[in-house]
Design a protein around this ligand. Structure first.
Ligand code: ZN
Length: 142
């Protein structure tokens, strides 16, 4: 029988092995780099924001499976969203990973797989790297 944790691990590994939204955008774009020194994870986000909406987003990077899978989920989740919606999602994901939310995590789709990270405090920075990087990038989105 597959436990929920095994299912979550499968989802994370699937995003790691087959990342969505990997690549670069042509200019004009916002580029934001993020680094997690405690694990050596690196994420570079490319975004094109128009009329307050994330038209396109790609990521590059290297590091552990959780950091890269989380970035893959991120690009999938925020593509086409407004800046405001993306900011709200960032807060939801940060709360999820830190174990501060118990609400309807299934509505988050694949991102819900990051919920298990709360039991591994050293991994929290890996899982949140892409989201903090996106938060920084959105500050340049006006
Ligand atoms: Zn990591």
């Amino acid at each position: 029988m597959t436990t929920l944790n095994e299912l979550y691990q499968e989802i994370i590994l699937d995003h790691y092995r087959h990342p969505r939204g990997r690549g670069e955008l042509e200019p004009p774009k916002i580029t934001q780099e993020g680094f997690n020194p405690s694990c050596g994870d690196e994420i570079i986000l490319d975004l094109r924001v128009q009329d307050g909406r994330i038209q396109e987003i790609r990521f590059r990077g290297r590091g552990c499976s959780i950091s890269q899978a989380s970035a893959s989920m991120l690009t999938e989740a925020v593509q086409g969203k407004t800046v405001e919606q993306a900011r709200a999602l960032i807060q939801q994901v940060l709360a999820l990973v830190k174990g501060e939310t118990e609400g309807d995590i299934e509505a988050l789709g694949d991102i819900a797989a990051l919920a298990g990270v709360r039991y591994f405090p050293v991994r929290v920075k890996c899982a949140t790297l892409g989201w903090h990087t996106l938060d920084e990038a959105l500050k340049h989105a006006e």
